[in-house]
Design a protein around this ligand. Structure first.
Ligand SMILES: Nc1ncnc2c1ncn2[C@@H]1O[C@H](COP(=O)(O)OP(=O)(O)OP(=O)(O)O)[C@@H](O)[C@H]1O
Length: 852
């Protein structure tokens, strides 16, 4: 329910001193401080006004500051504020809140919070947002809640609880519908017609804008962008009014698509249609300046800044090399800091070691001296004893005693026996014992000091050692982190680069070339042949030719022998998706005999199934996903070209009798073959039986099926016709899956007779393909499409009516080096060729026509 207080809110006066940011910050503070259950109504009204004036990003940024890692009460209040703002400011804000960044943030907080109230509030609010605006982002978020191990149960509980609210909403809706039913028929039809007309107009203009975005030479078409902006506002108003529930989902989807397209338009042309891209950029800059948000570390911020630059068009897209240099610079700074720190610690340790050594030397000296003194004392003691017994020092062979300090013991006088009185001896004895005592004291004192100093330095040294170890560990960690970081950045940059490259390729209509190298076969290993392929990077293959020279080739994708079929298909599936959108797509496998073409296209069973089956599975999956809005039918045709003759591989002999198969131009999907049988397909499993029928017909009358199959080109056409249930817009997409015959060197194969005839024919058609590619590469006026049945059939694809993907299949074995070299060269030449801009097959069937 819209709060009337907010819808009628008059424009606020100019923002206070701190600008919009300061005002918003103050308003949020008021919301947090408010004691009212729904927050501060006046503050909310002013926030809504800011959002309506295009500052939704600033409001959300401020809310974000108070949302993560805040007390539960603040988090709940922030949810309430967002909810109130969303209810009162309309779908534009809903689009912002359904962004990946916000839905991710909501999920993370719900998952990590310890407060069940916060968790429940987030879930319940998301449910109501989704119910109101049918936003894709919120739908995905609800799905995440539902799937989550920890959040699944509480989510179901909350969902059940909100059923009551839904019921009351439904009764309101029924009431509205009753009113609607009460309108007279003419009035009702008017409303329905108006809704349909508006939807059609919106879709038409949106399609034009999207087309212009895909074809930059048409830009800037400001008029169509302004139209779209106006339509978007109409859709928003209709959605806000709550009176167009029937088309609410379409309206929301249109609003989202308008936002995306207008954003891109502004970024690509620099024309301001009031979509607020500039403010988004500003918010992003602010983001970076703000203190770290835990889910947005510095690296992510850099990447987001880069992504924003990327979105602003190729001109503003910061160069990958610049980011790499910046990352390297930061890494070097980090490492230099760590190194200086380590050096400093090393010096300190060295000083401590020296001091410790000095101390130990002093200690040793002191010990020696102490020993000397003790010896001396012992000598004194002995002499005193002799003297006490009345002996003569001289007579006993005593040498003169050294003088110790001021006391001389029995020295100088050499007293005779009679002269040695008891008092002298007593005095000497007392002197001796006092000297001993003094010495002991000195020794004890010195020892204690020594022990103290020694243990102090030992502690210092072990601290310094520990710091050193820690520093070098930090050093290693910093190295590792920097390396990981650089690698990660590099990978992301490469991915981004590839995305841009693909977009440019698509816009230019270039052929995409994927290279696949099959594994060495057992017989090749047994024959002692070597593997001449290596893979320096994800997009490069290095091949060593027969004379040992290495050659490097770059392709859009390169698959090594270890890459499974699923990986190959993963990169192909986006092309398949566009068939349902009404594009023609042509995928063909080129390469010498036995290089893996049939394995790539047809494959085997289960995990080894190839592109044909996987493509059909994918098509059916998309059709299923879109069944609410679109209805599609799928048909399949299979033909082969054998010595310049077309054979319908799905027609029985009886059916084919008397029919001619000729290539014609101008069908709804471009070039076509007359009388070709089309078989309806209703499930991906049908392809197996269809291909089995084709193989049976292919081998009829052939003596050696395996030989024959590699001597003809096989083409599988899958045609998807789609009708949009709302608009009756029809689109047709044709997917051509082609397994070409293997190229072969006649001199090497030594073919004769029929085999020679076949080989000549194959080589002729493949060289005609080469001539066509060369003609296109040189933008020749005359491109020789009609020189072979194959090129004539491929004419529409190569003249810009299809997205084209070529698989160049190569053998890694040394004995195929020459053929592999030719195939790689052929493919890398084809890679640079522009086929022209790709067009979509689409027609609008009017209501009248439909009724007819
Ligand atoms: N990626 C791969 N992984 C495993 N085995 C492969 C792969 N690619 C090819 N092979 C095997 O190599 C052999 C030759 O492959 P395949 O028949 O697909 O070649 P081809 O180019 O279609 O030959 P031809 O032109 O004669 O029809 C087959 O035994 C196939 O199973």
């Amino acid at each position: 329910m819209l709060n009337p207080q907010f819808t009628r809110m008059p424009p606020t006066s100019a923002a206070p001193m701190g600008g919009v940011g300061g005002d918003v910050a103050e308003l949020i503070r008021r919301e947090i401080a408010s004691k009212q259950p729904d927050g501060d109504a006046e503050a909310t009204a002013r926030l809504v006004e800011h959002i309506r004036r295009g500052s939704g990003d600033i409001v959300l940024q401020e809310i974000r500051q108070h949302f993560k890692y805040n007390p539960p009460a603040t988090q709940i209040r922030m949810m309430t504020v967002m909810d109130q703002c969303l209810i009162n400011s309309g779908p534009q804000f809903a689009v912002m809140l359904s962004s990946e960044k916000w839905t991710d943030r909501l999920f993370k907080v719900a998952k990590t919070t310890t407060s069940p109230e916060v968790r429940d509030k987030i879930m319940q609010t998301t449910i109501t947002w989704y119910q109101r605006y049918h936003t894709n982002g919120h739908q995905r978020l609800l799905h995440r809640f539902q799937q989550s191990h920890t959040l699944g149960d509480p989510f179901h509980r909350i969902a059940a609880k909100t059923v009551k609210e839904q019921q009351s909403q439904r009764s309101e809706e029924q009431h509205r519908q009753r009113n609607f039913a009460n309108l007279d028929t003419a009035n009702r039809n008017d409303i329905l017609d108006t809704e349909d007309t508006i939807l059609l107009q919106c879709q038409g203009d949106l399609a034009s804008l999207e087309y212009a975005l895909e074809h930059p030479h048409i830009l800037p078409d400001t008029e169509i962008a302004s139209e779209c902006k106006a339509h978007k506002l109409v859709c928003m108003r209709m959605l806000e009014s709550g009176e167009h529930e029937r088309i609410a989902a379409e309206l929301m989807s249109l609003i989202e698509r308008f936002s995306e397209a207008l954003d891109l338009f502004e970024a690509m042309t620099g024309v301001d249609v009031g979509e607020g891209a500039a403010s988004k950029m500003r918010a992003l800059e602010d983001d970076d300046l703000n203190e770290a948000d835990s889910d947005d570390d510095d690296q992510q911020k850099q990447l987001r800044r880069k992504r924003a630059c990327g979105a602003a068009g190729a001109g503003q897209h910061a160069d990958a090399a610049a980011v790499m240099i910046q990352a390297q610079q930061q890494t070097e700074d980090l490492m230099n800091r760590e190194r200086t720190e380590t050096e400093h610690l090393r010096q300190q340790l060295e000083e401590l070691r020296q001091k410790h050594e000095e101390l130990q030397n002093k200690y040793k000296d002191a010990k020696v001296k102490n020993k000397e003194v003790v010896n001396m004392l012992n000598q004194y003691a002995e002499r005193v004893e002799v003297l006490e017994k009345g002996g003569s020092g001289a007579g006993a062979g005593f040498s003169p005693l050294p003088v110790f300090g001021a006391v001389s013991v029995g020295a100088g006088k050499a007293p005779g026996r009679a002269a040695v009185s008891a008092s002298v001896v007593a005095e000497m004895r007392s002197n001796l014992s006092s000297i001993r005592k003094g010495l002991r004291e000195i020794r004890d004192m010195r020892c204690a000091d020594m022990v103290k100093e020694s243990s102090y330095f030992a502690a210092q040294i072990s601290n310094a050692m520990a710091a050193m170890v820690q520093a070098s560990e930090n050093d290693r960690q910093a190295d590792r982190k920097a390396l990981q970081w650089t690698q990660e950045l590099y990978k992301r940059e490469m991915k981004l680069r590839k995305q841009y490259y693909n977009t440019i390729q698509e816009l230019k209509g270039n052929i995409r070339v994927y290279c696949r190298v099959r594994p060495m076969l057992q017989k090749e290993l047994d024959g002692g042949y070597t593997d001449v392929m290596s893979f320096p990077t994800e997009d490069e293959v290095k091949f060593t030719d027969a004379s040992g020279r290495p050659k490097l080739f770059e392709f859009d994708e390169v698959y090594s022998p270890a890459d499974p079929q699923s990986k190959v298909f993963e990169d192909t599936s986006p092309l398949i998706d566009s068939v349902v959108d009404g594009f023609n797509v042509c995928i063909f496998a080129y390469g010498q005999t036995g290089s893996g073409k049939t394995f790539t296209m047809g494959g085997g069973e289960g995990e080894t199934k190839g592109i044909n089956t996987r493509a059909l599975e994918r098509l059916f999956q998309i059709i299923e996903d879109r069944k609410e809005t679109e209805v599609s039918t799928v048909t399949v045709s299979v033909l082969e070209i054998y010595i310049e003759q077309i054979r319908d591989l799905l027609a029985t002999k009886k059916e084919a009798a008397g029919l001619t198969y000729e290539v014609k131009q101008g069908g709804p999907y471009g070039t076509y073959v007359t009388n070709l049988k089309e078989v309806p397909v209703t499930s991906p499993r049908d392809i197996d039986s269809i291909m089995a029928t084709a193989q049976t017909h292919r081998s009829e009358g052939m003596t050696n099926m395996n030989e024959h199959s590699s001597r003809s080109h096989m083409l599988l056409y899958i045609i998807v016709r789609t009708t949009n249930k709302q608009t009756n817009m029809q689109s047709y997409g044709k997917l051509s899956l082609i397994d070409l015959a293997g190229s072969e060197r006649l001199d090497k194969s030594g073919a004769e007779g029929q085999r020679l005839k076949e080989a000549v024919s194959i080589n002729k058609s493949l060289s005609a393909l080469g001539d066509v590619i060369a003609g296109l590469a040189q933008s020749s006026k005359h491109v020789p499409f009609r020189n072979s049945v194959l090129t004539f059939l491929l004419q529409d694809s190569m003249a810009g009516q299809a997205k084209v993907l070529m698989f160049v299949c190569v053998s890694p074995a040394s004995y195929n080096a020459s053929e592999s070299g030719s195939s790689l060269l052929f493919a890398s030449r084809a890679r640079g060729v522009a086929f022209g801009q790709i067009k979509k097959n689409a027609t609008t069937e009017s209501k009248d026509e439909k009724q007819k």
